[in-house]
Design a protein around this ligand. Structure first.
Ligand code: FPP
Length: 244
């Protein structure tokens, strides 16, 4: 395996429902198993000194699922954050939630902000959960925030990419590798800006079956890729800003 740096991994965790259906179980069972997989993959990423892991937990479009499934997922988020937050804190993980969080209940919002506040000064893995998130929402939200920022508008006539990024829900290094489980090969509106130059890896493995070995296979694929960021030269290191 080459030692090309991998700093930020993003994941579209797909296939919970199919995993459960294959076992004649309700879809909810697959989502519960999906949480266990998150816990395992977070530990592995921490051990491997990956800096950042961004997980797509609930898209803006997931509200269109049957009401009972949406309610189940919202309760699962709350219970899982409460269950795992202390362990994550002990392991120096910093938790952040991105997305249009306003739509969530005050109880879930409180759980979210407690988890963020407790872990805010941690220096280990940055764990980002995208919830009620859509990449197009993120971009539109950034534009509106920029227009409402009187400090910005009064001083600037043109917008640069570097300025713009400051208004997105997730700043800093973009994902090096996006993993999507369960066979579909699309971005599904996940961090559209941030994935501009990300290497994409698709696997048929369903999320509840994803594990350390599967992660290693994905990382090995990444190690073999040549990253050019639009130029002719290959790059073996992280390029934080692609555009000026
Ligand atoms: C996609 O599988 C999965 C989801 C929509 C939910 C993912 C959420 C979790 C694993 C829990 C996250 C937990 C926290 C703490 C935020 P699917 O239901 O679309 O599967 P299918 O394509 O087989 O139907």
């Amino acid at each position: 395996m080459s030692n090309k740096i991998i700093s930020h991994i993003s994941v579209i965790m797909d296939g919970n429902g199919r995993w459960a259906t294959q076992r004649n179980m309700p879809r909810a069972y697959g989502h519960k198993e999906g949480v266990k997989t998150i816990n395992k993959i977070v530990s592995v990423c921490s051990l491997r000194q990956i800096s950042q892991l961004s997980l797509f937990a609930f898209s803006s479009e997931n509200w269109n699922r049957p009401e009972y499934e949406v309610q189940f997922l919202l309760k699962l988020f709350e219970d899982s954050i409460t269950k795992y937050v202390d362990d994550l804190h002990l392991n120096n993980v910093r938790i952040k939630f991105i997305g249009n969080l306003k739509s969530f209940s005050s109880k879930l919002l409180k759980t979210i902000s407690q988890a963020e506040n407790l872990t805010r000064d941690n220096t280990g893995l940055k764990l980002n959960f995208a919830m009620n998130y859509g990449g197009q929402w993120d971009i539109i939200n950034a534009v509106n925030s920029m227009l409402n920022d009187i400090n910005f508008v009064s001083k600037n006539k043109k917008i640069s990419a570097v300025d713009f990024e400051k208004y997105l829900s997730l700043q800093g290094a973009s994902p090096d590798l996006l993993i999507r489980t369960a066979g579909e090969q699309r971005l599904s509106n996940f961090m559209l800006w941030q994935h501009a130059y990300t290497e994409l890896y698709f696997t048929d493995c369903l999320w509840p079956d994803f594990n350390e070995k599967e992660l290693d296979v994905a990382i090995e694929h990444y190690q073999k890729r040549t990253r050019r960021f639009g130029s002719l030269k290959s790059s073996n290191h992280i390029v934080k800003k692609y555009v000026k």
